[in-house]
Design a protein around this ligand. Structure first.
Ligand code: NAD
Ligand code: DAU
Length: 339
């Protein structure tokens, strides 16, 4: 058996990866380490909680006493744990620095002492390149993060690289574009707009709605990470992008149409501060290893809308009963004037 540590495995991408890897790799003994912040949900791991090939550890990656021994016993670490929502980082950046930068440092320090470690996968993001007006970011491009979240991720990304260059920690960095799919917390644009649309309440579109994101289905992201684990080279960076560039306004119309709601639900609200206009990735390096996205955007978005329709018991308690969520929603949208 291969001992695999997945940090942040109760979150959106982490839980999809744990479920996917549990099926795809019967020889993996998976440990999920997760602090269960507002974004971490035990329900996301229900499918593997009874498996003898999965163990859940409740803990903080920045706590060396908990994280250190888990890293040192692993052959593979896939590090997803992070504070991830840009708008929250604009409200307050402290948790982003603590988890994304210091937490990653704690894991990397332990990785230096892990005798059997073959790979440390640092899950980074296309946001580290900053806004890209034209063309597509390549792995060798300069990093120009422009918000506290992306700056904290750039710090972690380069820390992982430095531990490879300096100490030969077998780190590989992946930079993915915007993910979508099941179990995404209803603060991100797709699950927020889908669940608002289901409830027939307005969807708050920032600014002119012409910002562009490249959408990647979470299953394609999982497959991309798997290819990198298998065939990547230590010390290298790999972009993982869906190749689905869509403006936010176009995305919003598609969601409303799939939900059977009118476009009059769109509310143009004040823009995000420092809002990156566009992200786009050149994925030829990963494609060269044999990866290509398999989920078409139309099909993936329709399936995602269906998932939220069929899993109201997953998101309604968050949106309707979780006081912390309601406080966040009020702070983020309550006083947002029209743009
Ligand atoms: P998420 O917010 O849904 O989940 C994050 C998980 O990390 C949660 O389970 C949370 O409890 C856990 N966590 C947070 N702080 C922790 C700590 N200190 N110790 C242990 N666990 C902690 O995030 P996501 O969208 O699934 O993103 C996962 C990773 O992928 C992140 O590193 C993110 O930067 C990266 N990423 C996300 C996207 C995207 O579109 N969502 C795209 C590219 C890269
Ligand atoms: O690009 C990868 C990144 O994608 C990840 O690294 C981040 O963890 C993830 O949160 C995501 O960041 P974005 O800021 O791109 O995602 P978000 O869903 O917050 O916003 C997507 C776009 O939609 C963005 O242009 C802002 C806009 N938006 C978002 C919200 C929440 C709105 O117009 N209204 C909203 O209410």
């Amino acid at each position: 058996m291969t001992n695999v540590l997945v940090t942040g495995g109760a979150g959106f991408i982490g839980s999809n990866f744990v479920r996917w890897a549990h099926n795809a790799h019967p020889d993996w003994q998976i440990t999920t380490l997760d602090k269960l912040t507002y974004a971490g949900r035990m329900e996301n791991l229900a499918a593997v909680m009874d498996s003898p090939r999965h163990r859940f550890v409740h803990g903080d990656i920045a706590d060396a006493a908990v994280a250190g021994p888990l890293v040192r016993e692993s052959e593979l670490v896939v590090h997803f744990a992070a504070e991830t929502h840009v708008d929250r980082s604009i409200q307050s950046a402290a948790d982003f620095i603590t988890t994304d930068v210091i937490g990653t440092f704690v894991l990397l320090e332990a990785a230096r002492q892990a005798p059997n470690l073959k790979r440390f996968i640092q899950i980074s993001t296309d946001e580290v390149y900053g806004s890209v007006p034209t063309g597509a970011s390549r792995e060798t491009d300069e990093l120009r993060p422009r918000n506290p979240y992306s700056a904290s991720k750039a710090g972690a990304d380069r820390l992982a690289y430095s531990y490879w260059a300096t100490y030969n920690v077998p780190a590989i960095i992946t930079r993915a574009s915007n993910n979508y799919g099941p179990n995404q917390f209803p603060e991100k644009v797709i699950p927020l707009f889908v669940t608002n649309a289901i409830d027939n309440i307005p969807v708050p579109l920032y600014g002119d709605g012409l910002n562009v994101r490249d959408w990647l289905h979470v299953d394609d992201h999982c497959r991309g990470i798997d290819v990198v684990i298998d065939s990547g080279t230590n010390g290298e960076v790999y972009n993982i992008g869906g190749g689905n560039e869509v403006t936010n306004v176009d995305l919003t119309h598609r969601i409303l149409e799939l939900a059977g709601r009118p476009s009059t639900l769109i509310r143009k609200v004040a823009d995000r501060q420092g809002h990156d206009r566009r992200y786009a990735l050149d994925t030829s390096k990963l494609r060269g290893l044999g990866w290509a996205p398999q989920v078409g955007f139309e099909q993936g978005l329709a399936a995602t809308v269906d998932w939220y329709r069929q899993n109201e018991t997953w998101w309604r308690p968050i949106k309707e009963q979780d006081q912390a969520y309601r406080t966040y929603y009020q702070a983020q949208y309550g006083t947002r004037a029209g743009a």
